[in-house]
Design a protein around this ligand. Structure first.
Ligand code: AQP
Length: 334
């Protein structure tokens, strides 16, 4: 059976971008004849500074968001990365396979390290090797992600191929990225050229999964747009990134194509479109926000679920890690 793996960083409150690009699809992929393994990647989050108490809360909040979005811990394995030591061990092995030059080429490293990259954590540079470890420790065959993770997935494939080649084995699969749908890159509500991101300093740029109905409606009302009416074809929004983004968000929330959304709103301006989008967003997200709050009310239960998920993940990961060590000639007691 195909095995699907994906993760989300608890580096902030999750956004509509994380929901449409990741969580909603994670839930949809369950029970479709594949094994699904989903991870809150806390070891990735600490590649930039995290306040310990806040991080702990955000790991639980992310777990609540997964479940509220429909990830069922009985159907999928749901856990946090640092509880399964195979991730960190495999990442070290991959640090010896990956090349330094591969890491410097990553656009996410360049973006997050900024001008003073000498001062970035070594972990931020090695981030993609840990991500390859997350995926390949389960020999996962497919990874659903948003567009921004495409380059890291190509690096995962490069690491798998180099490992297999260097050691003359077919140990690791060449994982397929699943970048599908109209919401693979949800943009900021304030700037149509930037990705909606949980770590954007402007709260108005994103919709948080914890936002209430008023906040959602207000952010959509204030979203940057233009004064033109909507056309009937999405291609005609090529040079209007903010407008295109809102139409794509509508389509993704409604499970429609952008074309069918435009067929309904053609010729209308944002005075009509924004209230309709706000209503749809509130109707879609409110049940998730409510369920998240219910889960968050019982942190001990979240910890129990994550602990159980970690034990199941560990059972899959250990034999693959052991086999990797054997292939590399590392001695272990049997
Ligand atoms: N704007 C987005 N549109 C579509 N998909 C998105 N994803 C993130 N932002 C968008 C997808 O969500 C998954 C988890 O992402 P992540 O938490 O690993 O980190 P990220 O991609 O770096 O996302 P953020 O929100 O921008 O986090 P920060 O601000 O911490 O860097 C991935 O599948 C991602 O593609």
């Amino acid at each position: 059976t195909p095995r699907i793996f994906s993760g989300i960083q608890p580096s902030g409150g999750l956004t509509l971008g994380n929901y449409l690009g990741a969580l909603k699809r994670f839930a949809a992929l369950q029970g479709a004849g594949a094994e699904t393994i989903y991870c809150i990647v806390d070891l990735h989050a600490i590649t930039v500074w995290q306040q310990p108490e806040i991080l702990r809360a955000r790991i639980r909040e992310a777990a609540a968001a997964f479940m509220a979005a429909g990830v069922d811990p009985a159907q999928s394995i749901l856990f946090n990365q640092s509880q399964v030591s195979a991730h960190a061990e495999m990442a070290w092995l991959f640090n010896t396979v990956a090349r330094v030059g591969w890491m410097y080429r990553m656009t996410q490293f360049k973006d997050k390290a900024g001008k003073n990259s000498e001062n970035a954590s070594l972990g931020l540079l090695a981030y993609p090797a840990l991500m390859a470890a997350d995926i390949l420790t389960y020999q996962a065959t497919a990874v659903p992600v948003g567009e921004d993770q495409k380059q890291h997935l190509e690096l995962t494939r490069d690491i798998a191929a180099k490992f297999n080649h260097d050691y003359g084995v077919t140990h690791f699969p060449i994982t397929e990225p699943l970048i599908e749908g109209v919401a693979t890159r949800v943009m900021s509500l304030r700037d149509g050229s930037r990705k909606m991101s949980k770590s954007d300093p402007s709260d108005a740029s994103r919709i948080n999964l914890t936002d209430d109905a008023d906040a959602i409606a207000q952010k959509i009302r204030k979203a940057r747009t233009d004064a033109e009416p909507l056309p009937d074809r999405i291609e005609d929004l090529k040079d209007r990134p903010e407008a295109r983004n809102l139409v794509n968000i509508y389509a993704a929330l409604a499970d429609e194509t952008p074309g069918s959304v435009l067929a309904r709103f053609e010729g209308q301006g944002f005075g009509a479109f924004k209230p309709a989008l706000a209503e749809l967003a509130v109707a879609s997200l409110s049940p998730i926000t409510r369920k998240m709050a219910e889960y968050m009310a019982d942190p001990a239960e979240i910890d129990r679920i994550l602990g159980e998920g970690a034990a199941r993940a560990d059972a899959v990961a250990q034999p693959i890690l052991n086999r990797t060590k054997d292939v590399m000639g590392l001695l272990r007691s049997k």
